[in-house]
Design a protein around this ligand. Structure first.
Ligand code: MF3
Ligand code: CO
Length: 256
């Protein structure tokens, strides 16, 4: 069932989204050569405690996972696309870093992610991949207007991503967001324009393109059961916002 949100409920997701934005901004600042991915997780966890929010990832245990998720962030480096578990690995200059964060505030969830290159020099190919991922997210958001269809969102995302020659992580996409982090509907990153659910004010969704350099869509799981890596070792980037469809158009909730 798709749970539509009232204006007040959208504002509640927006409040959670502001915390997510602030945490991701702090993590971006802290990400530097020599920093362990677990250090970023510790920083985010401290900021969550200070903000009085609940980390939505910690202890999350979907059917397909071998263990509950052990972190408050997903930190995915280089060929890791998403769901990288924070650990002792030290970031190095030139690493392509993706960070995903979700929190619950007063029972409402918001979910967002970004990618960046750590330190310098940055590989121009990595910067182009990150930029294309952000552009595909922006195109997906711009398509999320009342009266459009869910397929228009995936069509817009894929047009940018495929148009630039990138792969898109198979079997993964965005999702409804609300009291739970993952709600209906599934939001495909590649779809047919004019098809699917009609978007109406009150629908809250996370849009999250995952782009892969080199053009493959294929992936494999790490032995940890969570980390998703590109099948051929190519680098990947991820960008995500939680948005609401409103009468006035898309409203980004995971922003300052
Ligand atoms: N933002 C991610 C998603 O929507 C959440 C990561 S899964 C978790 O799939 F286990 F870490 F929570
Ligand atoms: Co998400």
């Amino acid at each position: 069932m798709i749970e539509m949100k009232t204006r007040t409920e959208v504002d509640a997701v927006d409040a959670a989204g502001t915390v997510v934005h602030d945490i991701l901004a702090a993590v971006r600042e802290a990400a530097a050569p020599g920093v362990r991915t677990a250090d970023l997780d510790r920083l985010a966890h401290r900021l969550m405690r200070e903000a009085g929010v609940r980390p939505s990832f910690l202890g999350y245990h979907p059917r397909w996972a071998p263990m509950p998720y052990p972190g408050v962030l997903c930190v995915s480096v280089n060929d890791a696309v998403v769901h990288g578990i924070p650990g002792r690995t030290k970031l190095r200059a030139g690493d392509l870093l993706s960070v995903d964060c979700a929190v619950h505030l007063n029972g409402w969830c918001a979910d967002a992610a970004f990618s960046m290159v750590v330190g310098a020099p940055a590989d121009p190919g990595d910067l182009a991949l990150v930029e294309a991922t952000e552009r595909s997210l922006a195109a997906g958001i711009a398509a999320a207007v009342p009266g459009a269809r869910l397929g228009d969102v995936g069509h817009a995302i894929a047009r940018v991503a495929r148009g630039a020659g990138y792969g898109m992580l198979a079997d993964h996409g965005g999702h409804g967001v609300g009291r739970s982090m993952h709600e209906e509907p599934h939001v495909p990153n590649e779809a047919t324009a004019g098809r699917g659910l009609i978007l109406r004010p009150g629908l809250v969704i996370a849009i999250e393109p995952m782009l892969i350099a080199g053009g493959t869509d294929a992936y494999r799981h790490d032995p940890d059961g969570w980390t998703l890596r590109t099948a051929d070792g190519s680098r990947a980037a991820h960008a995500e916002h939680t948005i609401a469809i409103t009468e006035d158009g898309p409203r980004i909730l995971t922003t300052a």
